[in-house]
Design a protein around this ligand. Structure first.
Ligand SMILES: Nc1ncnc2c1ncn2[C@@H]1O[C@H](COP(=O)(O)OP(=O)(O)OP(=O)(O)O)[C@@H](O)[C@H]1O
Ligand SMILES: [Mg+2]
Length: 458
């Protein structure tokens, strides 16, 4: 049989080139050519008769999905309530963040009921053994394979129900010309594994490396193939790690899990109170807490900001964990609608604990934090706030206001600033927490900083 050849297809325009080029010869875009296997068509071959037929919706029987636990409650939550059988899940993250550790722990837990194959294409068997010893793991159903070639891995897969590939960038298909980790290899290996998961009824977990820009190395198409894509975030030197679902076919993609790394492995953090808060609240200016919702859970997250006089040229705007454009927009609203000058100030903004805040409900807390830094007046430690800010400075209502207020009470806050729109829904909690409804940003700032003396800027 003639060996399969490769062609290079542009992911933007579909243009084809016989060799890899940095620039697509058809559309002129850079870095868009992806290797694809081209198998020569066999002429005269009869098309096989179809094995499936269209079915009326009412005749389709619903399959009962019995999820199984990964052994780590936080991970189960992020997955939407446990591992879905025959699904394919990708866990991406920076080097050294703990991808292999968490999957080793999960494999061990699953091996109590299912046969597990851990394909370690990156580390030798003795390295895996060392990790297992450190994590105090030993099981007869937990098999480890040190192999990189996809075709070889496939020959062993049949015996196992749960398969971990560590990592997708180090395995390769011998039939393909590109080296392991190349866009074509990653895509084809992942498609292969997806096919195996669905046709042979296997649950597959993949480890994916992250590029410098923070996305999973390989084409975006890799994420399309997966049922679930999770990202492990957090500073390697810090113990706290955050696992975020970015795509989930079987649950919310807003879900986050908080983990702690220790010598004996990764553990889920159940009590968020204090995890994303610092001790300087109420003492230093620029810091305020907000009840932020990710997926099903509400976490009190502290937002800190610092302003300093611009010494040279354009003022700097540096957010961490908050979208740059959102920050610039809120600064503009503060300047125009609350009369706080930022034009000659460098602004640094940070969501504590390395968490990323993307929901608009945190706008009001960002604005209050910036106002506090600008005025150099600390905000009361027992106060929290939520609300979306419009371009006119209005404070707009947000979703799940009740949950935010209820959880703020649990976290020990005494006062909460809420959008006026949400007041009716939350006023039943007034005996437990002081609720301050506001309709405009200016009003919120006046309330928070009323009769407080501006401290001398240092
Ligand atoms: N003896 C140890 N005691 C405590 N923590 C350790 C020990 N050995 C490793 N670790 C932790 O485990 C982390 C590495 O975990 P792991 O190998 O699972 O990461 P990874 O994401 O798979 O990395 P890579 O991308 O290199 O494969 C280290 O950053 C370190 O914090
Ligand atoms: Mg690893």
């Amino acid at each position: 049989m003639k060996k399969a050849t490769s062609k290079y297809v542009c992911t933007e325009c579909g243009g084809v080139s016989p060799a890899w080029l940095g620039k697509c010869p058809v559309c002129g875009k850079f870095n868009t050519l992806v290797e694809e296997i081209e198998t020569p068509p066999v002429l005269g071959k009869q098309a096989p008769t179809p094995t499936t037929r269209p079915k009326p919706l009412k005749d389709i029987e619903k399959e009962r999905i019995e999820r199984f636990s990964s052994g780590i409650k936080e991970l189960d939550n992020v997955l939407g309530g446990g591992i879905v059988p025959y699904s394919i899940v990708l866990i991406g993250g920076d080097p050294g963040i703990g991808k292999s550790t968490i999957l080793t722990q999960v494999s061990y837990h699953v091996s109590k009921t299912k046969k597990v194959l851990y394909v370690s294409a990156e580390e030798s068997l003795s390295q895996v053994k060392m990790r297992c010893d450190r994590l105090n793991i030993s099981s007869d159903n937990f098999h480890v394979l040190n192999e990189c070639m996809m075709e070889n891995i496939e020959t062993f897969i049949d015996d196992y129900e749960f398969i971990v590939i560590d990592s997708i960038q180090t395995v390769y298909l011998n039939a393909l010309t590109g080296s392991a980790g190349s866009v074509g290899q990653v895509k084809e290996c992942a498609s292969n594994l997806m096919r195996i998961a669905k046709s042979k009824h296997k649950t597959v977990f993949l480890v994916g490396h992250v590029t410098k820009e923070g996305s999973i190395a390989g084409p975006k198409v890799l994420e399309h193939i997966m049922d679930t894509v999770l990202y492990f975030e957090g500073e390697p030197q810090e113990n706290l790690k955050i696992l975020r679902a970015v795509k989930n076919r079987f649950g919310s993609s807003e879900e986050v899990g908080v983990f702690e790394m220790s010598e004996s492995g990764i553990k889920g953090v159940n009590d968020y109170n204090g995890v994303f808060l610092s001790d300087s609240r109420g003492v230093s200016s620029g810091s305020v807490a907000t009840p932020s919702i990710s997926g099903n859970r509400c976490m009190p997250v502290e937002i800190q900001s610092l302003v300093s006089k611009t010494v040279f040229g354009m003022p700097r705007r540096m957010p961490l964990g908050i979208d740059y454009n959102r920050m610039v927009l809120i600064i503009a609203v503060l300047e125009r609608k609350a009369y706080l000058p930022f034009y000659n100030q460098d602004v640094y903004l940070n969501a504590m604990g390395g968490i990323k805040l993307s929901e608009p409900a945190v706008d009001l807390a960002i604005a209050l934090s910036l106002a506090s830094a600008n005025k150099n007046i600390p905000i009361d430690k027992t106060l929290t706030a939520f609300g979306e800010i419009g371009l006119t400075g209005e404070v707009r209502g947000v979703s799940q206001a009740e949950k935010r207020v209820n959880d703020s009470i649990k976290f020990g806050f005494k006062k909460i600033i809420v959008p006026k729109r949400n007041y009716d829904a939350v006023k039943k909690y007034e005996d437990k927490i002081e609720i301050i409804p506001v309709s405009h940003l200016y009003q919120a700032i006046k309330l928070v900083f009323a009769d407080k003396q501006e401290e001398k800027q240092d």
